[in-house]
Design a protein around this ligand. Sequence first.
Ligand SMILES: NC(=O)c1ccc[n+]([C@@H]2O[C@H](COP(=O)([O-])OP(=O)(O)OC[C@H]3O[C@@H](n4cnc5c(N)ncnc54)[C@H](OP(=O)(O)O)[C@@H]3O)[C@@H](O)[C@H]2O)c1
Length: 364
Amino acid sequence: MQTYPLGQFSVGRVGFGAMQLPGPGVLGPPRDHDQAIAVLQRAIELGINHIDTAQFYGPNVANELIREALNPYPDNLALVSKVGGDRDEQGNWLPAQQPDDLRRGIEDNLRTLAADRLAAVNLRVMGAGDDPSSPGEVDRELFDRQLSAMIKARDEGLIAGIGLSSISLEHLQIALDRTEIVCVQNAYNLVDRTSQPVFNACLEHGIAFVPFFPLGSAFTPDNPVLGHPAVRREAAKLGRTPAQIALAWTLSVAPNVLLIPGTSSVGHLEENTAVADIELTTTSSGNSTTRPERFSRRRPSPRCAGPLSASPRSRRHAGPRSTLASSAYPPANWPEGHRGSPRTQPPGQRRTRRPTRWSRRPRA
Ligand SMILES: NC(=O)c1ccc[n+]([C@@H]2O[C@H](COP(=O)([O-])OP(=O)(O)OC[C@H]3O[C@@H](n4cnc5c(N)ncnc54)[C@H](OP(=O)(O)O)[C@@H]3O)[C@@H](O)[C@H]2O)c1
């Protein structure tokens, strides 16, 4: 399998995202515990050595499954997590963005995974705009303090590398002025390329770009990626599945792409891992190409008008983010306290961040 550096690790370009392992809504235990364990163990058998997780998947559940299935961990396994979010008793997704929250998140991850050190931890920036999946404006003062907390954790050996997630180009530039960044995790797939400038900067700096929602996520019932006509036609032509085409497309964009498709199924895991050798040949229009851009030049469908448009101007109107992200992650139950643009309001008028509810939850 082709590899790419992830900080001190060299990982296969196809990894695994653990967000689909907990129960529905990324909450509570899996519907089928043994199946979840089997997925993780099969991932290692298939040669996967990059697993993405988060304390707030479940919460606790994804990490505990990983520990149960894989501990003691293979030496070459890069366990990557993220901090900056939290869940309440109802499963609402809460921001936990203060430096103390980040530190606590790192320590919680280490404890529930029973790991001494994580290959990388992503600082998951929670958006300041109406769309919590988009990074919004940089809160420079807070971001500096967040970076200091992450640098301290790395310098103390809790994490091997610092990653960033859901960031803008400005976040990346500020961070790179201060320290090494080993990976960036932003939403990106063949119908949502809002993060292309960040992606390009990562490529330029040799930073792994780890797209989340490579298959369009589990949050959209009418999946715009797997249901894309060009994807379906290419799949039929090559005798592959739409998921494999979508993943092969994402891999083909640049060598610094590290995939972490999420699944709760061994069959899907096996499919998703067998994509490295797929050569995209034709689109539904019959043009021979291996260039992923082909998918973006198709006439926009009503459902995916923004995502398929090549022009930033049209993206602004019917954009992929509004289609995908607003109904995706975090889903509609994002707390009212995080909506709006608290960081863009004058400090005196900023909403107070809700306290985290972590401590109220029973810990395993
Ligand atoms: N940094 C962040 O803020 C952030 C946000 C979201 C996710 N992530 C990470 O990114 C990873 C990937 O994102 P994601 O899991 O949300 O979405 P995704 O990988 O785009 O899609 C997952 C969905 O695709 C389905 N699926 C997987 N393989 C399939 C196949 N071969 N055929 C048909 N359907 C298939 C899954 O269902 P089945 O379970 O039935 O296979 C699930 O519904 C996550 O697992 C997580 O680790 C990070």
